[in-house]
Design a protein around this ligand. Structure first.
Ligand SMILES: [Fe+2]
Ligand SMILES: [Fe+2]
Length: 559
C-alpha cells in the first residue's frame, strides 16, 4: 500500500512575490508614520519630563581656559546651590571603586559660578562652573562634579602639553535640527574615529531656538559623555541669538574672557593657544554692527600679528564665501579675509549654509590640486539641508571651490603634526568625502595639497614659464602635489606621442634627469630643450613619479 503523500508547502511564484512585497513594505515603512498598536497612538512624552533637572549632574562639558596646560574649566547642570556645587579631582588612578585614592590625592574645588537659567518648561536649569588650576601639563586627571552627596561619574581628561605637541581635534558645522534623531550618530562616529581628540570646534547654530531648554537638552544628550572629556570650542551662530545672546550661552560655555573687551562679545569672542595651535573664535552675528565688527577686526589683527604658534585656526559662523542660495557676507569678507590671508591663517572653519564647501582664493592657486593660501571650509552636521548654489559667491569674489556636497551630514577630523595639518571630512556613515594636507616649512611657506584620488592625479598640473622656445633654450618647470622628497623623472617628449596617449609614460621621449620634490611637495626644474627636436614641433614636459604622472601645456619649438 502506498503511503499517502505529505502535503508540500505551497511556494508558488505568487507567494514569493507576496513575501518580497511584505519585505519591501517593511523597509518603505521607515518613511511612513508608524502604525500604533491598538486604537490610539501614544502621547508624546513631555519635554518637561525628558529634560527635568535633578540633583544628579548632567550636561557636563569641558570648557578650555586660556592656559590649557595648567587650567581647566568644567560646567554642568544640576539642582544644587551655589554653596554646595563642587568638583573633586586627582591624577588619573589605575582604579577607583573598591580602591580608595591615596590619602591627600583628591582635591575638592568649589564652584566659581552657579547660574539658574529660567526655562519655558516650568523649571530653572542651574549651571555650575568649576575651574581647576595649578594642574601639571600633559597629565591625565580624573574628576567628578556634584553637591558633595550626589555626584557624576568619575571622568578623565588630559591637560595640554606645555608647547607644541601633535594632537587631533574635531570640527562640526551646524547641528541645529534633528538634534535628538540624526545628530547623535554623527557625534558618535566622529568620536569613534578620533577618540583621542583634544577639542571639538562648533562653528555656530548648535541648536535652532536660542532659548529652548528642550533643544539644549537634546544637544547635550547628543554629545553624551564625550563632552565631559573633550574640550569644547564653540562660537554662536544666528540661532544662538533671539533678541540677544541665548541666556544659556554664558552659563553653559564659560569661555576665556579675553576678547576685544566689549560686554556684548564676552565669551563669544575669545582665543586660546593649544599645543602649538592658536584658536580664535569670532562672532559674525554682529556683522552689521560697525563698532563691534571693528573691535573684533582690531583684536584679530593683534592676535595674528603677534603669534608664536606655527598653526592658526579661526572659526566664526557666517562664511567668507557662501555655498547656498544668494547668501553673502560682505562685511565678514571685507574685514576679516584680508587679515586671514595676510597672516597665513591655516584653517577657517564656518557654518550657516547647511551644505559643504571648501576652497581658497584664486590668487593662491598653484595647480589643479594645490594652493598655498587659507583653506576656507563650510560644513553641516545636522539634518537640515540647503541646496548648493553654483559657487557664484566664491567665483564672484576671487575664490574657487575645490570640494562641495549637499544633502550630507558631515564631521571633520583634523590632525595637527609638526610640519602638517591633515584635514578630512567624512559623512555620517563614516565614508570619506574630502581631505587635504597643509604642509608648512620653518620659513612659514605653505602648500595645501588635496588628498590624492585617481581623478586628481592626472591632467595639466605642470607650469612652464614659456610655451614657445628655441633649441637648447631653457624652460623653467614647476609642479606641486608631491610627497616631500618624492623622486620625479623629468621627460621631454612630443605632444602627440603615441606611447603617452596610450598611458605608457614618457619613455619614447628624452629623459632630462631625476629630481626630488622639496619638503612642501614642490618641484622646480630647469629643462634645456634638446638639440634633436623638430622645427614647429610641439612638445611637452612629462613628470613621472610614483604618485603623479602629469604633463605640461604644449611647448612649440620655433627654430
Ligand atoms: Fe544654521
Ligand atoms: Fe546660521
Amino acid at each position: 500500500m502506498n503511503e499517502p503523500r505529505k502535503p508540500r508547502p505551497i511556494r508558488s511564484r505568487q507567494a514569493k512575490l507576496a513575501a518580497i512585497g511584505a519585505g519591501a513594505l517593511l523597509f518603505a515603512g521607515f518613511a511612513l508614520a508608524p502604525a500604533a498598536v491598538g486604537a490610539a497612538a501614544p502621547p508624546v512624552y513631555p519635554a518637561a519630563e525628558v529634560h527635568k533637572p535633578s540633583p544628579i549632574p548632567d550636561r557636563m562639558i569641558l570648557i578650555p581656559t586660556a592656559t590649557p596646560a595648567t587650567g581647566q574649566r568644567v560646567s554642568w547642570r544640576a539642582e544644587a546651590t551655589a554653596d554646595t556645587a563642587q568638583a573633586q579631582i586627582l591624577e588619573a588612578p589605575r582604579a577607583l571603586g573598591q580602591v580608595a585614592p591615596a590619602p591627600g590625592a583628591v582635591a575638592t574645588v568649589p564652584a566659581i559660578a552657579s547660574t539658574p537659567v529660567n526655562t519655558t518648561l516650568g523649571y530653572a536649569s542651574t549651571y555650575h562652573t568649576v575651574e581647576f588650576t595649578g594642574l601639571k601639563p600633559n597629565t591625565r586627571y580624573t574628576y567628578r562634579v556634584g553637591d558633595g552627596t550626589n555626584w557624576s561619574a568619575w571622568t578623565d581628561f588630559t591637560t595640554a602639553a606645555d608647547g607644541f605637541e601633535p594632537f587631533s581635534f574635531i570640527y562640526y558645522g551646524d547641528a541645529q535640527n534633528y538634534i535628538d534623531s540624526a545628530v547623535p550618530r554623527v557625534f558618535r562616529q566622529a568620536f569613534a574615529d578620533r577618540p583621542q581628540a583634544k577639542a571639538i570646534v562648533n562653528a555656530g547654530d548648535l541648536i535652532d531656538s536660542a532659548n529652548s531648554e528642550e533643544q539644549w537638552g537634546q544637544w547635550f544628550k547628543a554629545g553624551g559623555f564625550i563632552d565631559g572629556q573633550v574640550n569644547n570650542i564653540s562660537i554662536p551662530g544666528n540661532h544662538e541669538y533671539s533678541g540677544g545672546l541665548s541666556t544659556f550661552w554664558r552659563p553653559q560655555f564659560p569661555y576665556p574672557d579675553n576678547g576685544p573687551g566689549d560686554a556684548e562679545l564676552k565669551q563669544t569672542v575669545y582665543t586660546l593657544d593649544y599645543q602649538g595651535v592658536r584658536f580664535i573664535g569670532l562672532d559674525s552675528n554682529v556683522q552689521s554692527n560697525a563698532a563691534l565688527m571693528a573691535a573684533q577686526t582690531t583684536w584679530l589683527e593683534g592676535l595674528l600679528k603677534d603669534n608664536p604658534n606655527k598653526w592658526t585656526v579661526v572659526t566664526f559662523h557666517h562664511p567668507v564665501y557662501s555655498t547656498t542660495g544668494t547668501r553673502n557676507n560682505p562685511n565678514v569678507r571685507a574685514q576679516w579675509a584680508p587679515l586671514l590671508e595676510k597672516y597665513g591663517v591655516d584653517l577657517v572653519l564656518q557654518g550657516h549654509d547647511h551644505s559643504y564647501g571648501r576652497g581658497n582664493q584664486v590668487a593662491a592657486r598653484k595647480s589643479a590640486t594645490v594652493h598655498n593660501g587659507v583653506a576656507y571650509v563650510v560644513s553641516v552636521s545636522g539634518g537640515k539641508m540647503y541646496a548648493l548654489n553654483g559657487g557664484e559667491n566664491w567665483t564672484g569674489n576671487g575664490a574657487e571651490v575645490r570640494s562641495s556636497s549637499q544633502n550630507t551630514q558631515l564631521y571633520q577630523l583634523i590632525d595637527v603634526a609638526d610640519d602638517t595639518i591633515t584635514f578630512e571630512a567624512r559623512y555620517a556613515n563614516g565614508e570619506h568625502h574630502d581631505g587635504f594636507t597643509i604642509r608648512k616649512n620653518d620659513k612659514g611657506e605653505r602648500t595645501v595639497n588635496e588628498i590624492r584620488t585617481a581623478e586628481n592625479t592626472v591632467g595639466e598640473q605642470v607650469t612652464v614659464d614659456k610655451t614657445s622656445v628655441r633649441r637648447l633654450e631653457q624652460v623653467k618647470v614647476s609642479a606641486y602635489g608631491y610627497d616631500p622628497g618624492e623622486k620625479v623623472a623629468v621627460w621631454w617628449r612630443e605632444q602627440d606621442d603615441d606611447d603617452a596617449r596610450r598611458g605608457g609614460g614618457g619613455r619614447n621621449g628624452t629623459l632630462i634627469g631625476y629630481e626630488k620634490a622639496d619638503e612642501l611637495g614642490r618641484l622646480e626644474e630647469t629643462v634645456r630643450v634638446p638639440v634633436l627636436v623638430k622645427k614647429n614641433g610641439t612638445y611637452v614636459v612629462y613628470l613621472d613619479s610614483q604618485n603623479q604622472k602629469i604633463t605640461s601645456p604644449a611647448i612649440t619649438v620655433t627654430k
